[in-house]
Design a protein around this ligand. Structure first.
Ligand code: EPZ
Length: 430
């Protein structure tokens, strides 16, 4: 089993370059199959979730040509089936974007029920509500979600909850519907805007993405495009917290500072120096951080995908902090793992009460999901002694070369596959 082993205690210092946004890329890959002409996607992160989705579209007949590690050309004209069902597609959440994309293009789709990180119940009722409003019918059979429409017609849709997935999925299906769609209570995340921009570059007519009302005028056809994905807000935020928790000094490059405002503001409140440049953010943490309160909210609120990393930082901050998770009900599972490292956190429902301790001690812990896994790595880098993080397949789903980027900042960390490799690491690091 793949693990990360690390020896903590070294302040991380230097520059790190952030890749393309995974959660934008997933919607963008689905959008790409809607054109018959070639679509070139740049700044694609080389992470497991992306590679699985690319494999899935290849399996239904799309041509996927990896031009280089971060660039892919997709041709959707060769698609021969609307049924997406393979062992690996069931493991990722974003398989559901193929429902919207194939429904929009072919007026039918069958996709294995989505999996993904186990962070809550994660229903897709709002996605289905959107498809039905556009004239679709759905059924769930043999572990598959099947959607079909004789015609897709624009509609007025009000989402009951603010959902990134449902917003992107409704956009995908509505761009090729007849007439106009108004989507209210839409998610405003930067990756929603990125998918809309990408669809517009293919000839779609979407206005208002980034606000809570999105207006879509349907078009008959989408054409090819070349599109570069925005930087990953959560990868950037993770490295910003890495500076904070190790008392380091990191310049996080190739970012859009505006997308990081809620993260920067919290770090500043906790006592870090945060400076913004045009496309970089520098975080310097000279002393022990202060306690604070955090509540996760849809964008522009504090992102749920940064909650575990900040909880780790607050676990070693001075005083008592409160973190409230209001998006997913099951996102504190890593707290038991963190307790093995000496933290003092009480979880009551959706609230974590964190009594800051002086420091972590290294331990063997398991990553329960993607962001929690990354957070445990940060804890290990701040800890006294060796930490092993198991089950890192979760982390590999969303962080490209996480160990290599951390090594570049001076971290003593390696990915290992056996006891022997772990022993060799300890011998080397001393
Ligand atoms: C996306 O998940 C991201 N995943 C998640 O990132 C992220 O945590 C989340 O948005 C919130 O920002 C992808 O983009 C692939 P939602 P998604 O629909 O779309 C409820 C990561 O670590 N809801 O915005 O599944 C839902 O239960 C991952 O990269 C419904 O009730 O999230 C939740 O409480 C993990 N019905 C809330 O809405 C629905 O039909 C927000 O979920 C849909 C959602």
């Amino acid at each position: 089993m793949l693990q990360y082993i690390m020896k903590g205690g070294t302040p991380l210092v230097g520059e790190v370059c952030i890749g393309g946004a995974k959660n934008a890329a997933l919607g963008i890959i689905a959008a790409a199959v809607m054109a018959d002409e070639p679509v070139v996607i740049e700044n694609l992160p080389d992470v497991q979730d992306i590679n699985v989705l690319l494999k899935a579209i290849e399996e239904i007949g799309a041509v996927v040509d990896r031009i280089d590690r971060h660039t892919v050309r997709i041709i959707g004209s060769t698609i021969s089936t609307i049924t997406v069902n393979s062992d690996y597609i069931r493991k990722i959440r974003a398989s559901y974007y193929l429902l919207g994309a194939l429904l929009g293009k072919y007026k039918q789709a069958e996709v294995a029920l989505p999996g993904g990180c186990n962070i809550g119940t994660r229903p897709i009722d709002q996605h289905l509500k959107g498809f039905v409003a556009l004239g679709g019918r759905y059924s769930i059979e043999r572990g598959m979600v099947c959607v079909k429409a004789d015609r897709l017609k624009g509609s007025h849709i009000y989402l009951d909850v603010v959902s990134v997935g449902a917003t992107i999925n409704v956009m995908l299906s509505a761009v090729m519907a007849e007439g106009s769609t108004i989507l209210e209570n839409a998610a405003k995340e930067p990756h929603v805007v990125d998918v809309a921009n990408m669809l517009n570059s293919m000839g779609a007519n979407i206005k208002g993405a980034g606000t809570d009302v999105i207006r879509i005028r349907g078009v008959q056809k989408l054409h090819g495009t070349e599109y570069s994905i925005i930087p990953d807000q959560i990868e950037a935020g993770t490295f910003m917290v890495a500076a904070a928790v190790t008392h380091g000094d990191i310049v996080v490059k190739n970012v859009i500072p505006k997308h990081l405002e809620s993260i920067s503001a919290k770090l500043a409140e906790m006592g870090c120096e945060v400076t913004e440049e045009d496309d970089a953010v520098r975080v310097v943490a000279k002393r022990r951080m202060r306690h604070t309160q955090i509540k996760t909210l849809p964008y522009p609120g504090f992102p749920t995908d940064m909650q575990p990393q900040f909880t780790v930082a607050l676990a070693v901050a001075e005083g008592t902090s409160i973190v409230t998770e209001s998006i997913f009900e099951n996102r504190f599972k890593y707290v038991d793992e963190l307790a093995r490292m000496g933290s003092n956190i009480r979880v009551e429902g959706s609230v974590a009460v964190i009594d800051g301790v002086r420091g972590f001690t290294g331990a063997t812990v398991s990553a329960p999901d993607l962001r929690a896994g990354a957070a445990l790595v940060l804890a290990g880098l701040a800890a006294d002694g060796y930490t092993v993080v198991d089950d890192i397949s979760y982390i590999l789903r969303g962080y490209e070369s996480f160990d290599k980027k951390l090594q570049g900042l001076g971290a003593a960390i390696e990915m290992v596959e056996s006891e022997r490799e772990a022993a060799r690491f300890k011998l080397k690091v001393g």
